[in-house]
Design a protein around this ligand. Structure first.
Ligand code: XMP
Length: 525
């Protein structure tokens, strides 16, 4: 059964780290789109999907390399608009009879260009660029080693940059557009206009909303799960809460939630979460106290990836244990989000690079005996919140800052001990209380304390102290993929440091982490 009645746009993923941002820009235009890795988009798949338009993503490969990815040939004769971005642009040129030169590292002598660049329009303005050039030139984000040296027949240049003479090109006759830069990233500030123009000229009406997404997600879950039992991992975060609510709406009592207390939760969190799900949402919830198991296996481990892998593995073990007790349980539901997926493996198995193995993706054994349901896999954080609203979850819960699956383990760099966790919980509670008291909670995307694996000397009263140092983290972000530190006032920081040191035994030094992402990550591990 085809449950999607909306016009759809297909994004062919060539493995760029930011492909999902293209989907995001399109959803902002209320356009339904799907991302598929290039490997599975054959001529048949393309014909069956019958997209109203196609976007070709960027990617790490070089079209000059033999065997490098291509778009299916039938794409060029379907009569639909196509937009090629970066690698997608080069694929388009190569397949349609143009010429791409490799960058210096591929021996082709091409001109690499990374970071901010300015695109200048040529004389003739096209619909794709309507309202895009606000001044004489427009900022765009480049990230390419290769470049187009000769346009394919039918194409003309409509924008240039110092190192990309073919920054914007198009074959207006065939509705093919190609840009060398990345209009999907925030550093191309006017990028959304370009997508808006593209979907408008492709004839989309913008009828795709979160309500529609919810209905389709529910249908997909029902189709996948049938009359089988589902067991859902609750972590205490917004993601798993929304996933549970969605599953509950889709399959009702077939869902049993398991809340694993791995001893890495925040102060009072376990009781609060269980109460909220049982009382407010009427879900079946098992409260699994597995603190000794997790902390026991983590003892003596200080390597971040090892810690993540242990937690991931134990999660699966624990779920299997509880799943075995639920008759007919065949599915394991998780609130995995797109940022978790993209940093572990590229979307749908494409070729991008591993930064961290997020526990709800990386730690899965091949044969876990349960099939996965991941209904939020394509969503960004703020979209999950919108979905939560749609599902009627309380605003106070939806507004909570994200909390990672491995919990406090990744906020306790180095070895985890019960003592450190105890201190960390108290410090975190004071910090969040400070943020709330100052009315800053909703302005901040995520805030937490990390306890550092170092003791420092201090003086309190007349005595010497030798206690832990901690770092405060607070970031602004849209989707967790990039982030900046929150600019607290000095008064706030000073007051918070004083409160933490006074109220939390075991900490005698407080620092503020002012690293953005990239180059840092939000969590410390
Ligand atoms: P990083 O540290 O990668 O974090 O910049 C980005 C966002 O993801 C959260 N995070 C995780 N969430 N499982 C999760 O469910 C994980 O293993 C994990 N690691 C990081 C992090 O809290 C931030 O919101």
């Amino acid at each position: 059964m085809d449950i999607i009645e909306h016009d759809r746009l297909l994004i062919i993923d060539f493995g760029s780290q930011v492909t999902q941002l293209i989907a995001r820009r399109l959803r902002e235009q209320n356009v339904f789109c799907e991302i598929l890795p290039y490997q599975i988009v054959t001529d048949d798949v393309l014909a069956e999907m019958a997209p109203k338009a196609v976007i070709l993503s960027g990617g790490p490969d070089s079209v000059t390399r033999e065997g490098s990815p291509r778009a299916p040939e039938s794409l060029w004769t379907m009569g639909i608009p196509v937009l090629g971005i970066c690698y997608g642009q080069q694929v388009m040129m190569e397949q349609l009879g143009g010429k791409v030169l490799g960058g210096k590292n591929t021996g082709g002598g091409g001109t690499a260009e990374f970071g901010r660049a300015y695109v200048t329009p040529t004389e003739e303005r096209i619909d794709l660029l309507a309202g895009w050039f606000l001044g004489e030139k427009e900022q765009a984000w480049m990230s390419h080693g290769d470049h187009v040296a000769k346009l394919a027949p039918g194409f003309k240049v409509y924008g240039t940059s110092p190192n990309a003479p073919f920054a914007v090109t198009a074959d207006l006759e065939r509705n093919f557009y190609a840009v060398q830069f990345h209009p999907e990233v925030h550093h191309t500030p006017n990028g959304p206009t370009l997508f808006e123009n593209f979907v408008r000229l492709a004839g989309f009406t913008g009828d795709w909303t979160m309500e529609a997404y919810k209905d389709i997600a529910i249908e997909k879950i029902r189709e996948q799960v049938g009359d089988k039992q589902v067991i859902c991992a609750l972590s205490g975060g917004v993601d798993s809460s929304v996933a549970a609510a969605l599953l509950h709406e889709a399959v009702g009592d077939q869902l049993t939630c398991v809340f694993v207390d791995h001893g890495l939760l925040r102060l009072n969190e376990a009781d609060e979460v269980v109460a909220m799900f049982r009382d407010h949402m009427n879900l079946k919830v098992i409260h699994a106290d597995e603190v000794d198991l997790f902390l026991g296996e983590l003892e003596g481990q200080s390597d971040p990836e090892t810690k993540r892998k242990i937690i991931g593995r134990l999660f699966i073990d624990v779920f299997q244990k509880y799943a075995n007790e639920i008759e007919g349980a065949e599915f394991l539901a998780q609130g995995t989000l797109y940022p978790d997926v993209i940093e572990s493996v590229s979307f749908s198995g494409g070729p991008s690079v591993t930064i961290k193995s997020h526990h709800n993706v990386g730690g899965l054994p091949e044969k876990m005996g349960l099939k996965l349901v991941e209904p939020l896999r394509e969503l960004f954080k703020d979209e999950v919140r919108a979905l939560g609203h749609e599902l009627g979850l309380p605003s106070s819960f939806i507004g909570r800052h994200p909390f990672p699956g491995p919990g406090l383990a990744i906020r306790c760099p180095g070895e985890i001990t019960r003592e450190k966790l105890e201190i960390l919980r108290k410090a975190d509670a004071v910090y969040i209380d400070q943020i709330r008291r100052h009315g800053l909670y909703d302005e901040i995307w995520q805030a937490f304390v990390a306890i550092l694996p170092v003791r420092t000397v201090g003086v309190m009263g007349d005595g010497r102290t030798y206690d832990f140092a901690c770092a405060l983290r607070a970031v602004t972000s849209v989707d967790g993929m990039t982030a900046d530190y929150y600019p607290f006032s000095h008064e706030f920081l000073g007051e918070t440091a004083t409160r933490i040191i006074n109220e939390v035994p075991g900490i005698n030094r407080v620092t503020y982490d002012i690293t953005s992402k990239p180059p840092g990550t939000i969590e410390w591990e």
